[in-house]
Design a protein around this ligand. Structure first.
Ligand SMILES: Nc1ncnc2c1ncn2[C@@H]1O[C@H](COP(=O)(O)OP(=O)(O)O)[C@@H](O)[C@H]1O
Ligand SMILES: [Mg+2]
Length: 287
């Protein structure tokens, strides 16, 4: 337990409200190994983002804490880079400059100008965005922006890559491409990743372990599923793989039988945002 790379240790949090404090999380314990790919899944509002924000140092836990390589971390740092659903690129900077900004922040003292330049290009080529270096965020698609956001985080060489529904706002095809890119990059670099998703197929496809959260208030870890599918993983082959189907059933069972939440049906069907219909997480990828 103590020799884990990243440890979420007895974490609980209460938020102040106008009335009594609201207990969002209780007793979250999760040791994570270096190079592991972890997904957090659970119904909307259960506390997934809160867990991620505590690991990122953006929220302070009321109880317990986060240990990274043996040291407690309780404020944001470049060792924990966060990819949000809406990329958060600076709109007045080009693709290149957005990544360069992060690289300068982290490597100003350790890399030369040329090295930093090469490093920016290298990371943009990892996500296949080296053809659009001088475009502004407003000139590229949502999927491309998300690629740049991922490149920016990778370029910081974080110890842990934190992703909060990184592909949630993308269409099914773009989402599939980015999942494949992420798997390929993670396979090559061995990043330690904690990703939130509400997409069951995405969780099974990408993860070493799927951490399933109970409904709030006072949400905690309900079950953890070890996904022992060999890598590299191929989505087409897996669609009919009995193990894949079994894992997927396990997660669905947890979400729709054990943690049934009539108030917030998870996206078995689609939810819509800004008039755009999100793809059905369960059926689209299986098709
Ligand atoms: N800053 C905050 N202040 C008060 N309540 C919060 C705050 N952040 C999250 N919550 C509450 O905590 C619960 C979990 O939220 P969140 O982590 O965003 O859920 P999820 O990401 O699983 O959808 C929700 O009830 C939410 O309203
Ligand atoms: Mg969330």
């Amino acid at each position: 337990m103590n020799n884990s790379y990243l440890l979420i240790s007895s974490v609980g949090i209460e938020f102040e409200t106008d009335n009594e404090p609201f207990r969002a999380l209780q007793d979250i314990n999760l040791p994570i190994q270096k190079g592991e790919f972890i997904s957090l899944i659970g119904h909307s509002g259960c506390g997934k983002s809160t867990v991620l924000n505590i690991v990122a140092g953006l929220y302070q836990a009321t109880e317990g804490g986060i240990i990274l390589e043996g040291k407690e971390v309780n404020e944001p740092g470049p060792d924990r880079a966060v990819v949000f659903q809406n990329h958060a690129l600076l709109p007045w900077l080009t693709v290149y400059q957005n990544v360069e900004l992060a690289v300068k922040r982290v490597f100003k003292k350790t890399k030369t100008k040329t090295e930093m330049h090469d490093w920016v290009l290298h990371n943009l080529s990892l996500v296949h965005m080296d053809h659009a270096l001088h475009k502004l965020p407003g000139e590229i698609s949502g999927g491309m922006k998300q690629r740049v956001g991922i490149a920016r985080c990778l370029a910081m060489q974080p110890k842990v890559l934190l992703m909060d529904e990184p592909f949630g706002a993308l269409d099914a095809l773009t989402r599939a491409h980015l999942q494949d890119s992420l798997m390929e990059i993670q396979g090559r670099l061995g990043n330690t990743v904690v990703m939130i998703t509400h997409d069951v197929d995405e969780a099974v496809l990408l993860s070493d372990r799927i951490v399933m959260m109970t409904n709030g208030p006072a949400a905690t870890i309900g079950e953890i599923l070890d996904v022992k599918l060999p890598r590299p993983r191929d989505r087409l082959a897996l669609a009919e793989d009995p193990d894949f189907i079994h894992y997927r059933q396990q997660v669905l069972k947890f979400l729709y039988e054990k943690q049934k939440n009539p108030a917030s049906p998870l996206s078995i069907n689609s939810s819509s945002k800004n008039g755009e219909t999100e793809h059905s997480s369960v059926s689209a990828d299986a098709a």
